[in-house]
Design a protein around this ligand. Structure first.
Ligand SMILES: [Cu+2]
Length: 169
């Protein structure tokens, strides 16, 4: 899998979402806003590449995965601007819905608030036996909820002293 936090596009053409018809800047991971839903299987070894197009240090942490520390994506796996982090991620846990997000020291909350987050769905072949729905997009619908505040220009406002500051892991 290949991820690209940020965008090389002209700032005037940067991805944005609209509120009352006015575009506001957003961040995304290989997308205009947020990131992809990644489907994985227990037992897989996943080769990944994360290329940082943000213009500032970031990382990509696999939140909820039981991953070895050297590929955990925490602050110790920082990716400098324009650099690529590549490795292999073993998926060694049962079915789960998890997510991934940047986790650079001191900037995690701001980067996630900007839109850098995606979902990972791990399958192990046991959902039918568990009686769980498993047809993605039909009866298995992932939902991401976010709390956003907007200023008078309708731009999202990140408050480092507010509840978002607690997002640090
Ligand atoms: Cu996390």
């Amino acid at each position: 899998m290949r991820y690209q936090p940020g965008s090389e596009a002209d700032p005037a053409k940067r991805p944005a979402f609209l509120r009352a018809g006015k575009p506001v800047p957003t961040l995304g991971i290989s997308a205009e806003y947020l990131g992809p839903v990644v489907h994985l299987r227990s037992g897989d070894d996943v080769e990944f590449e994360v290329r940082n197009l943000l213009g500032e240090v970031t990382s990509l942490h696999w939140h909820g995965l039981q991953s070895p520390s050297h590929v955990d994506g925490g602050p110790h796996n920082e990716i400098k601007p324009a650099e690529t982090w590549a490795d292999t991620l073993p998926i060694c846990q049962p079915a789960a819905t998890t997510w991934f997000h940047p986790r650079p020291h001191g900037a995690t909350g701001r980067q996630v608030y900007g839109g850098l987050a995606g979902m990972m769905i791990i399958a192990d072949g046991g959902d039918r036996e568990r009686g769980l729905p498993s047809t993605y997009g039909v009866d298995d619908l992932p939902i991401i909820l976010q709390d956003k505040r907007f200023d008078r220009t309708r731009a999202p406002v990140y408050n480092p002293d507010g509840p978002h500051a607690r997002l640090s892991g």
